[in-house]
Each structure stands twice: as structure tokens, then as C-alpha cells.
Design a protein around this ligand. Structure first.
Ligand code: TRP
Length: 329
């Protein structure tokens, strides 16, 4: 039987961080053996916030190199940059015409972003339709995403069903695939807020490319509470976040971490956590430093990824164009 298809993507804005690693990249790496996998750098989505062109270009390549350094293997998975496959924009147009303004108005991420962002462009509003296009174009079965993307995925499912009902069976209806542990790594200084790669305060995040020293400093200074008992509790969001990171990186259960640190000081836990993070990230950083220098390798990998992705995208799009009644070229 054919393997199920999984697809996911990250927007090239900010710096890939420990939250992305634990919540996404680390899982992708283990999923790629079991699933037919497609991992995108969604640069078209990044245009919805203000970008400097040269930073965007460099960041896209850097993200691709970081995917590979995290163990996403271009021999096993398709790695591609969204804008390299023009079908994303083309399918989006068709989906735009079956998506209602009311549906997009209800998207909580749009409401939040349009409240906070000065640059209120239409792209910000139709962002979820582009995301649906990413997913439906490849007939993805499963979409690994963070809990904050659930509503967008629900829209993708609705659009797939709506199109299938209006024209005839065309799209697979995708399922979200939300990891239970580690899908919400929080900010180090404000543990009620998600650790976000776009956070301007770099003390809030551990970037995948932070030096060992940066990691030491940031974890040592991470906000905890005035208590002294190492317990995973709602009332101790800072400490619980550190325990979450610990548990995700070691696969140890939260219970056993609590037991091992019974009667110990927060600083002991922090010291061990620093070593755990460094052991995870420093090999990734050195792999990254090799890959990013090898432009031929990166270009070849991207060519292969976009060739494979385009082949699949063309198949879906030509079906869609035929079904909606466009004249064959
Ligand atoms: N909107 C997603 C996020 O911010 C990124 C994304 C774009 C995505 N297209 C996608 C994720 C397709 C999964 C599948 O996290």
C-alpha cells in the first residue's frame, strides 16, 4: 500500500528556535521514515509581514540548511521552497473563489495579527487559503502542526470538502497531527506566551544556532518562581516549561523528572537542562555550518525538491483546472 502523505511548513521569519525544534523539526525527522513526507519553507506566507528582500532570501536558504541539519533527509523527504512551485499561488486563486469572507474573518490568528501589525495587507487575511493550497495541492493525509494552527487546518478541510461536493471528488481531506508533548514550548522570560521565532527579545528564545554560551546564559536567566519545589504545576509556568523542554529532549516522563529532582534546587535542574540542550543543539549547529557553505549541495537539493514537488502539484492542479471548467491549453 502507498504510504500516507504528510506535509508541513515553517514561515521563514525570525530565527528557528527550540520551540520549532521540539514542536516540529524533531518530530518531522522521525516521521519521515514512516510517511511520504513533504517539508516546505513557506516564503510566500512570509510576505504577509514586512521583510527585507535580502534577509528573506538568506533566511530561506538558512532554514533549508537547518532542516537538513536537524536530520530531515533530502533522500527520504521532499524539501522545497514554496515559491519555487507556482501551483501554490494558482490553486490558491481557485480556493479563494470558494472561501467565504466570513470564514476568514473568524480566524483568530488573523484577528490577533491585524490588531498588532501595522501593515494590514490582504495577504494577512487570505493567508489561511494559501495554507490550504499548500496542503491540498499534495493530497496530504496528515499535517503536523502546533495547536495554534488547528483552526487553519479546519478551514483546509472545509475547503476540500466544499470543492469535492461542488465539482466531484478531487482533494484528500487532511487531518491535523498535533503532538501531545512539546507542542507548546513557552517563552523563557514570559512563560505564559509561546516561544516564538519572531520574538524580538532574543532572551525569550533559544535559537537553533545559539552558541553554547548563549544557551547557558538564557537558561540560567529563565524566569521561574519564588518557590523551591521542583513540581510541574500550572502555578509554576516557568519551571513547568523548563521541565517540558527537559522531558521532550530526553523522552523522560515528567513524573520521573519530578522524582529525580525532589529536594534539589532549581539551579540544579537548570544546570542539567543546559547540558541537555547543548548536547542536542551543538551537533545541529556544526552540521548547519557545513551545509550552509556548500551552495552546490543546497542548490541541487532544492532543485530535486522542487522538481518532485512540482510533478505532484501539476497533477492536482490540472485536475482542478479541468473540473472548474478552464479550457485545456
Ligand atoms: N501557517 C503555518 C504556521 O504559521 C505555516 C504553514 C504554511 C503551514 N503552510 C503550511 C503548516 C502548510 C503546515 C502546512 O505555523
Amino acid at each position: 500500500m502507498d504510504r500516507k502523505i504528510i506535509l508541513s511548513g515553517i514561515q521563514p521569519s525570525g530565527n528557528l528556535c527550540l520551540g520549532n525544534y521540539i514542536g516540529a523539526l524533531k518530530n518531522w525527522e522521525s516521521l519521515q521514515d514512516e510517511y511520504d513526507s513533504i517539508f516546505l519553507v513557506v516564503d510566500m506566507h512570509a510576505l504577509t509581514s514586512t521583510q527585507s528582500p535580502s534577509n528573506l532570501r538568506n533566511r530561506c536558504l538558512s532554514f533549508v540548511a537547518q532542516y537538513v541539519a536537524c536530520g530531515i533527509d533530502p533522500e527520504k523527504s521532499i524539501i522545497a521552497i514554496q515559491s519555487h512551485i507556482h501551483e501554490h499561488a494558482e490553486l490558491m486563486w481557485v480556493l479563494n473563489s470558494i472561501c467565504y469572507i466570513g470564514e476568514l474573518n473568524r480566524m483568530t490568528q488573523f484577528k490577533d495579527k491585524s490588531k498588532n501589525q501595522k501593515n494590514k495587507n490582504v495577504g494577512l487575511f487570505t493567508y489561511p487559503v494559501l495554507m490550504a493550497s499548500d496542503i491540498l495541492l499534495y493530497q496530504a493525509d496528515l499535517v503536523p502542526v502546533g495547536a495554534d494552527q488547528k483552526q487553519h487546518l479546519e478551514l483546509s478541510r472545509n475547503l476540500a470538502v466544499r470543492f469535492n461536493n461542488k465539482y466531484s471528488e478531487t482533494f484528500k481531506v487532511p487531518e491535523p497531527f498535533i503532538p501531545k508533548v512539546g507542542s507548546r514550548i513557552m517563552s523563557l522570560q514570559d512563560p505564559l506566551k509561546k516561544m516564538s521565532k519572531s520574538d524580538e527579545n532574543l532572551n525569550n528564545i533559544i535559537s537553533l544556532l545559539d552558541t553554547d554560551n548563549d544557551i547557558r546564559k538564557k537558561i540560567s536567566r529563565a524566569v521561574t518562581d519564588s518557590g523551591s519545589e521542583i513540581k510541574y504545576l500550572k502555578e509554576k509556568p516557568g519551571l513547568s516549561n523548563l521541565i517540558d523542554i527537559y522531558a521532550s529532549l530526553t523522552k523522560e516522563s515528567i513524573k520521573s523528572i519530578e522524582n529525580n529532582y525532589q529536594g534539589k534546587m532549581y539551579s540544579v535542574l537548570k544546570k542539567d537542562l543546559i547540558e541537555i540542550i547543548i548536547n542536542n543543539l551543538s551537533p545541529i549547529r556544526s552540521e548547519y555550518n557545513k551545509i550552509i557553505k556548500d551552495k552546490t549541495y543546497l542548490n541541487d537539493l532544492l532543485k530535486k525538491g522542487s522538481d518532485n514537488a512540482s510533478y505532484r502539484a501539476r497533477k492536482t492542479l490540472s485536475k482542478v483546472y479541468r473540473k472548474v471548467g478552464f479550457v485545456k491549453k
